[in-house]
Design a protein around this ligand. Structure first.
Ligand SMILES: [Zn+2]
Ligand SMILES: [Zn+2]
Ligand SMILES: [Zn+2]
Length: 139
């Protein structure tokens, strides 16, 4: 059955055994699997070496990299989301976070709430209310 033959979408060889896998929806022969792909350390998905995110120690697929990992804004270290420290909307590794805290003597103020802001519209509303009050008085 000619049409049932699988062609490796990477090297173009005919696959006539079960030694193949699908990577990104592409049929890839076993040789190419061995030489061209690797597994995501986070979710186990097989990915092409060209699609590997992460660093020398952690192999990540683009999905896991974007959804579960971040980088220290200071030293560029790869961080798992739960291991990242947050300061001023930036992600830091533990070391850089401590450095930043020392540098700026940043003090955690638990329960700190910013002053409520008054906007122009609330002043205008206040003004209208005054006018209504005056109207009521004149009635
Ligand atoms: Zn191949
Ligand atoms: Zn992954
Ligand atoms: Zn860092």
């Amino acid at each position: 059955m000619e049409e049932n033959k699988l062609i490796c979408e990477n090297c173009g060889c005919v696959i006539d055994t079960d030694d193949y896998s699908e990577v990104n929806g592409q049929v890839i022969c076993y040789d190419c699997i061995e030489s061209e792909t690797t597994l995501c350390d986070c979710c186990g998905t097989r990915i092409f070496n060209d699609d590997v995110y992460g660093d020398d120690y952690t192999t990540l697929c683009p999905y896991c990299y974007n959804n579960h990992y971040t980088r220290c804004c200071c030293c560029d270290a790869l961080l798992y989301e739960d291991d990242a420290y947050h300061l001023d909307d930036e992600d830091y590794c533990r070391e850089c976070y401590n450095d930043e805290c020392d540098k700026f003597e940043y003090i955690h103020e638990y329960g700190y709430k910013p002053e409520p802001k008054f906007y122009g519209c609330s002043e205008r509303y206040f003004g209208i209310e005054l006018k209504i009050d005056n109207l009521k008085k004149s009635l």
